[in-house]
Ligand binder design. Structure first.
Ligand code: ATP
Length: 367
């Protein structure tokens, strides 16, 4: 480890969280050595079991540790039988998003060669888009603030602010610029909303198109959320960058994951201006926890996203290269048929999938 090591807060969490985290840190150790990148890892405990045992899902000390880190690597938190008295669940991942201002929930949806896709069209192999889910407001702003009147009416309120919408839109346009450069074509960002019905979405749309004028190299479009759900099944390969409100993004990102092999293949990043957290889109999957069959790919690809973000932020080409190598190793492992995880009908457990990816990494897989 070098003196100027990146400080990582590692939060394994509940259920399969610690299992997939072990896989991710094994992969990280390989690229750390190969590229002479330094990481100092600080484990921060938290989650549903911690809430059950202590009454808090994450301590203030844990939060401070996460705040000090250069990046947060997060497994999964939450268990179905552990709830607050009002029926909601303790969710440190949501607390972190709100408290650290992690407004841009980046969820790449990409068909990995060799991983079965849900759609029969041969074009499904071309699926490669990014969904940006706003993650600090929208309907989730009402979390913990809903009202119940006389046990007869319950309300939650959606909140859209100019400040966050501007930052979210800039993030999405910059992302499309970068993706466009890589692919040698003009990027396009599509805002997904329900602006024909709700004032909050009409406002979001107005601000989005104002920001679009500052990014003339990228096209801006708008699509209704219902039509988007339809088109994500009819022709998902035509999407490039989708940006949307928190709740819509929560739903559409699971739909997206379903297109390309399921939750085990869906990585994510929650990015703010100062902090970022990287975690698989999946939850703690208690139905398979402890069986050694969880697919670690989503966690491993989230780790690659962390390396890419750290590399871009700190000007480290080694980190960016390491991120590309991990993605290439995942692709190579599945494309060669040398590995098939349980969630896609194979026999390979967490350890076997991790080893197959590390083998390809060591062999120098390139995209
Ligand atoms: P949350 O509400 O926390 O997002 P969830 O209740 O939607 O979680 P998940 O924990 O994501 O549910 O699990 C949904 C389904 O996907 C479960 O059947 C689970 O076993 C499966 N699953 C999730 N992650 C993986 C994985 N890494 N490998 C294999 N199967 C997985």
């Amino acid at each position: 480890m070098t003196d100027n090591a990146f400080r990582l807060a590692v939060m394994p969490g509940d259920g399969i969280g610690p299992e997939v985290m072990e896989a991710a840190t094994a992969v990280l150790a390989v690229v750390e050595k190969r590229h002479d990148i330094g990481f100092s890892q600080h484990v921060v405990n938290g989650g549903a079991r911690q809430y059950r045992d202590t009454g808090v899902g994450m301590t203030e000390e844990g939060f401070a540790d996460a705040t000090r880190a250069d990046a947060i690597l997060f497994g999964a938190m939450g268990l179905p039988d552990i709830r607050h008295p009002d029926g909601t669940e303790p969710a440190p991942q949501l607390d972190l998003r709100f408290r650290l201002g992690l407004y841009a929930g980046l969820r790449p949806i990409r068909a990995i060669p060799g991983v079965p896709v849900a759609l029969a069209s041969p074009r499904a192999a071309e699926i490669d888009f990014a969904l940006v889910r706003e993650s600090t407001e929208g309907l989730f702003a009402s979390r913990g603030k809903g009202t119940l009147v006389d046990d007869s009416v319950a309300t939650d309120t959606m909140r859209i602010t100019r400040d966050v919408t501007e930052r979210l839109s800039h993030f999405s346009f910059r992302l499309a610029e970068r993706r466009g450069r890589r692919r040698g074509r003009r990027g396009v960002v599509t805002l997904v909303d329900k602006s024909n019905v709700f004032l909050s979405f009409a406002f979001m749309r107005k601000v989005f198109f104002e920001v679009a004028r500052e990014h003339p190299d990228v096209s801006a479009a708008q699509h209704s959320v219902d039509a988007t759900a339809l088109d994500l099944i009819r022709h998902p390969w035509d999407f490039e960058v989708l940006v949307t409100e928190n709740m819509f993004g929560d739903i559409l990102s699971d739909l997206g994951a379903g297109l390309v092999g399921g939750m085990g293949f869906a990585p994510s990043a929650d990015i703010g201006d100062e902090h970022a957290l990287f975690q698989p889109c999946h939850g703690s999957a208690p139905d398979i926890a402890g069986k050694g069959i969880a697919n670690p790919v989503a966690m491993i690809l989230s780790t690659a996203m962390m390396l890419d973000w750290l590399g871009t932020r700190h000007g480290s080409e080694s980190c960016i290269e390491a991120a590309n190598e991990i993605e290439a190793a995942v692709d190579a492992a599945f494309a060669s048929g040398s590995v098939r995880s349980h969630d896609i009908g194979g026999q390979d457990g967490t350890g076997a999938v991790t080893r197959a990816i590390i083998d390809k990494l060591v062999a120098g897989a390139r995209r």
